[in-house]
Design a protein around this ligand. Structure first.
Ligand code: MN
Length: 397
């Protein structure tokens, strides 16, 4: 085994006639290097954080796993380079072997260094952006000073950006514990995305907000969101019972009895449904004043509900899927109920004329085309996952 083989430490620790781990191989992704985080139940649970660099996966063992809190400095022990093919590895490392225990692919995606990654790696300060299912935004790996080179302790730190969140509010390792291997790579739109099974439907949910923009971005990675001029409303359905919540978690079911009845009549699968309630004026344009009047007069029969997202549905946590995928699911869910009286899904023939002449029967539906004057500067990034409240990307207005 030549000393200059970058995998010489990796190979020296393992007996490949016993362990199912790969001895070598894998294809380099020079244009778009990848990262992987493997959750490893060895003697102690830890998260193996790996960045593709120079033909191997540079690796750190992070006992507590990553945190979105910029105040958390997570110990990351620098360990031996792993082969690129290791990114696909999930399974059981047999007892008696190095690292014996179970391994899952906890997150994966692509990464981009800020500055020269080789220089950063050598000098002990790597700053980079992650584009994964669970890990997003700007992060840093910093080598602690004055320590020996072998198994040097580094720190994995979330840098300040719109993705950062206090640990008191969100723990990515606790809230998203499972493998992402059944999900597509974030850069592979062709495979069929699936959600993650959940054990219990969450009792509360913080809604994803849109990013405000001053002007339309040039690329097509953004979804425009209509500015509804209404109130955000989340619906939690469990065992056929719909409960309506404001964005701050207030239960408004009793204030919207007709809407709650209409939702119950749809027999939606268990889940969380996200949208906005509005009152439309005679031209079909949302009118915020009329909506307020409806609540002031305790007469909310004319309130319509535009659904635009479905973070949980029918046993699956869909939050880490691209939002385009969640919208597609919502559409097919509502289309399959289109013959029920109160559902409206925008179709080819759903122009303004139809809206004007159609009898006013809709109550719940997907956002329909509105005149451009009603178009907001609300943007959501197409691949954005749900759980981050602002779902931003590397773009500023
Ligand atoms: Mn490990």
């Amino acid at each position: 085994m030549p000393k200059h083989d970058p995998l010489h430490h990796y190979k020296g620790k393992r007996n490949f006639s016993v362990t199912p781990e790969p001895a070598d191989g894998g294809v380099a992704n020079e244009a778009q290097p990848v990262f992987v985080v493997q959750k490893h139940w060895a003697r102690r649970l830890h998260y193996d954080f790996r960045l593709e660099l120079g033909g191997t996966m540079k690796s750190w063992a992070v006992p507590k796993g990553p945190s979105y809190d910029t105040a958390d400095k997570r110990m990351a022990v620098h360990v031996e380079d792993h082969p690129l093919s290791y990114n696909e590895f999930e399974g059981e490392i047999p007892a008696g072997q190095y690292g014996a225990g179970n391994v899952i692919v906890w997150d994966r995606g692509t990464w981009q260094a800020v500055g020269d990654p080789q220089k950063g790696y050598k000098s002990g300060k790597l700053v980079f952006h992650l584009h994964g299912h669970k890990l997003q935004g700007r992060w840093a790996l910093i080598r602690m000073k004055g320590k020996s080179e072998k198994q040097a302790p580094w720190l994995l730190i979330k840098e300040k950006d719109d993705y950062a969140r206090p640990a008191s509010e969100f723990s990515v390792v606790d809230e998203m514990p499972d493998s992402v291997l059944t999900q597509p790579r974030t850069d592979d739109a062709k495979s069929q995305p699936t959600g993650t099974p959940y054990k219990a439907l969450p009792k509360t949910l913080r809604p994803q907000l849109a990013t405000l923009a001053k002007s339309p971005p040039a690329d097509d990675a953004w979804l425009y969101e209509l500015k509804f001029d209404g109130y955000r409303l989340l619906t939690r359905v469990e065992a056929g019972d719909a409960v309506l919540y404001t964005r701050n978690g207030h239960d408004w079911t009793e204030r919207l009895p007709q809407l709650a009845d209409a939702l119950n009549a749809l027999s939606l699968p268990d889940g969380w449904y996200d949208g906005e309630i509005v009152v439309l004026d005679d031209n079909g344009i949302p009118d915020f004043q009329q909506l307020q009047n409806a609540f002031d007069a305790s007469n909310t029969a004319r309130v319509d509900y535009f659904l635009f997202d479905v973070p949980f549905c029918d046993g699956e946590d869909l939050r880490s899927l691209p939002q385009t995928e969640r919208r597609a699911r919502l559409k097919s869910l509502l289309e399959s109920r289109q013959h029920d009286a109160n559902v409206d899904t925008p179709g080819k023939n759903h122009g303004k004329k139809v809206q004007k002449s159609a009898p006013r029967r809709r109550r719940i539906g997907l956002p329909r085309p509105l005149p451009t004057s009603a178009l907001a500067r609300h943007l959501k990034h197409r691949p954005a996952t749900y759980w981050h409240p602002h779902a931003p990307w590397d773009w500023k207005a």
